[in-house]
Design a protein around this ligand. Structure first.
Ligand code: STX
Length: 317
């Protein structure tokens, strides 16, 4: 079983202006002359936490992490304008160019896997490899499962708060009902909806629910960006041209070394999507963690990810 590398501080960090309104926070950890990696966080809207720096041998890798538009320390906070998947892909390219990187490993879980796949499909020549965890293709059936009906049957206790935020007459379409509240002019309405939405995800992310994770997503700053940005992206089909965009374009990434890590009991992003990706991309290494849910901090998932990067380190040197 592998564990995280020790806590580490960035050797460099800053803000990059990426549009008339947005500036994104970025940081670099590890060895500036090492093998480049870009880290893509989840949500969208989830932002960085310091633990994300610890999957990579700091002597071997040069890791670039950033808060996606509206997330974490990026400004303006929880902003939905000029905030699409295509904007994020362009931001990844802007960071790559800023640091003079030719190609890099792309490491992402959950929404980070969605964005990694979309980036790989559009910029395959820039990818040394893809490390994908908790596969999320943001298709209607995945959103329906988590936000309308399905996961509700597995976590009926936590579901109540998510459900009760919305009056009965609007419950046939939770996504639309939440979108209305998350974009309301009334700050109290926005925040209450954001907390109900975000804690649902926090509560269901681990095989064994973790109150600390729920409390984290109760925070005003965290809840507002995660809920508003997720709902905005999902209402818009993640801005993809069609529901099956990622699987339909998998040929474009076929030659990129890829590792897929999936918790068997992932309720946020059920294993079917990882399985369908595996079937469409049998060249990729496919690792099912037998005793894990969705969270990157579950032991088996952390171990598989650290091990994948350790193996790429050897291959890359
Ligand atoms: N959201 C999937 C996702 O990207 C539907 C994700 N799941 N949990 C997270 O992100 C946080 C860790 C940011 C809560």
């Amino acid at each position: 079983m592998k564990t995280l590398y020790p806590e580490i501080e960035p050797f460099d960090s800053g803000m990059l202006k990426v549009s008339d309104i947005h500036e994104i926070y970025w940081e670099r950890v590890g060895n500036p002359d090492g093998i480049p990696v870009v880290f893509l966080h989840g949500g969208p809207g989830g932002g960085l936490i310091p633990m994300y720096r610890q999957f990579f041998d700091p002597e071997a890798f040069h890791v670039v992490l950033f808060d996606q538009r509206g997330s974490g320390r990026s400004t303006p906070h929880a902003e939905l304008r000029e905030n699409t998947t295509w904007d994020l892909i362009n931001d990844i390219e802007a960071l790559r160019e800023k640091f003079g990187i030719d190609k890099w490993y792309v490491f992402g879980g959950s929404w980070g896997s969605t964005l990694s796949l979309a980036y790989g499909i559009n910029h395959p020549d820039r990818c040394l490899g893809l490390i994908l965890r908790g596969i999320f293709l943001t298709r209607k059936k995945e959103l329906q499962w988590f936000y309308q009906y399905g996961a509700s049957e597995i976590f009926p206790d936590f579901w109540e708060r998510y459900r009760d935020e919305i009056p009965e007459e609007e419950r046939d379409d939770f996504m639309t009902a939440y979108h209305k509240r998350l974009t309301s002019d009334d700050e109290a309405v926005r925040l209450s909806a954001a907390r109900a939405w975000s804690t649902w995800e926090g509560a269901t992310s681990k095989l064994f629910p973790d109150q600390e994770l729920v409390d984290h997503w109760e925070g005003e700053h965290e809840a507002l960006s995660l809920a508003r940005i997720e709902c905005h992206y999902f209402m818009n089909g993640s801005f993809f041209p069609d529901d099956n965009y990622l699987l339909n374009n998998v040929d474009k990434i076929r030659d990129i070394p890829t590792v897929i890590v999936q918790g068997r009991y992932d309720v946020v992003c059920p294993m079917t999507s990882a399985w369908e990706l595996h079937r469409a991309l049998p060249e990729a290494e496919f690792i099912v963690v037998a005793d894990a849910g969705h969270s990157v901090s579950e032991k088996g998932i952390t171990s598989a990810l650290v091990d994948a990067m350790d193996r790429f380190r050897t291959a890359g040197l």
